[in-house]
Design a binder for this molecule. Sequence first.
Ligand SMILES: [Zn+2]
Length: 552
Amino acid sequence: MSGSPILLYDTTLRDGTQREGLVLSLADKLKITRRLDEAGFPYIEGGWPGSNPKDAEFFDAARSMTFRHARLAAFGSTRHRANRVEDDPNIRALLEAETPVTTIFGKSWMLHVTGVLGATAEENLAMIGESVAHLAAAGREVIYDAEHFFDGYKDDPAYALATLRAAVAAGATTVVLCDTNGGCLTDEVAAMTRSVASGLGVDDRPTLGIHVHDDAGLAVANSLAAVQAGANHVQGTINGYGERCGNANLVTIWANLALKLNLPTEPAGDDLAHLPDLAHFVAEVANIAPDAHAPYVGTSAFAHKGGVHGAATVRVEHAYQHVDPALVGGTSRLVVSELGGRANTAWRMHQVESLAADEIDPAELSRLVKQLEADGASFEGADASFALLVQRHRRGYVPPFRIVDFTVIVERRNGSGARAEASVKVEVDGEVIHTAADGNGPVNALDQALRKALAAFYPALDGVHLVDYKVRIVDGEAATAARTRVIIETGHETGTWTTAGADANIIAASMAALHDSLEYAIWHLDARPERLDERSSARASIGMLEAAVEPS
Ligand SMILES: [Zn+2]
């Protein structure tokens, strides 16, 4: 086994979608499949065709895709106790999915065999063996997931091993040990995996897999321990999405296998630089805010805040880092705040794209940041606002637009729900445009109106959307007269960025954060205003909207 890569098996599309609140459309699933294949995953589990029509549709659509790396797997259970395998609807749906790989799960734990399935120990072994044999005879690569394997093994090791042997004897080429309830400790997983690796007693040794859930917060550790104990196939999901507390996070596992255990992996360890993009892409498609503190890929993963850490990091970059961030496509980052000294500000400034370092004096900028933060601004966690602050200090920087004025009305009439309407006047390239929009709240209405105005000039803003909006009161003592700090996270398929605004007025603070967000988007996407003749039709449609909101 030494030298052969550890195979990563992605089950985001099946187990990952068990996460509460995570819904993927057919188009979303196909997008993620394409991306995982590009990333080099050897296996992608697409869903459970026997369980719902959406998954069956997915396999219909996936049939016409060509894969560069991945083998697509359909997932399902062993035959029902009372069915003949050839008549079992679930097994039929698996074959109809026409995937090269079929992954079926069966029971390893007598509690489930008798208590849940109402089967005898012998019946269960027959269900496993016949199901695997039927699928293998149809030419499928069969992966056998031993559900509750570790709990079953603790209860009755001989029987748990007998279920694996039944699968292997029937033609399963991979058997996967599952900690379905996610409650095992790491030393237990290591010991039981080691005894399976050495004691299966079959002629053709199968590939040994691990599939764990994170209910005890140990899914990554348990997956790594299983690999060290002899497993060479690891199942998990991107960003650890999954039921309850989640599945094992394949993103973290992949980085650890390659960088900490120095093991060959498939996808290969040299591709780790794309890891943040992949994690981010799946979060975007799943519409889940990316975790800034995720190991290796979070925006805070290599961010240093304290003044001492900051100064040390400037001198010796790896002083407070466990790996070189460049290996996982990241860069060290110093958090700009009143906690950080001049070194933080200067160093962060050097990292701002296309910045000529000698144009701005770090000491002057540091003073300005402290002054602005004293007034309630927050550049900490608002890197895009900080980048703009530096950018705006550069000679020759021309802001891509100017907000001339804005109005927001919030009203509630005749006991109906509150509604908000905003109008914005924006100047771009010497031209002033006036737009209005409704929203479910004042900030949403302002965002819509501002975006509508700018979209006529910068169609690239189409793919930019609000991800998160947070409000904090800076000076709690002053209650409603306090300064408000608004933090906005904005997303685009190329990344997310955070901007902040502060003001005594919550709407003005929100508008400042929105302004930064869209100005940063235009800069970041390198968008140029469309020429006058190109935008006449867009102006015409906006003109109509403007006329439509004129009071009658
Ligand atoms: Zn699972």
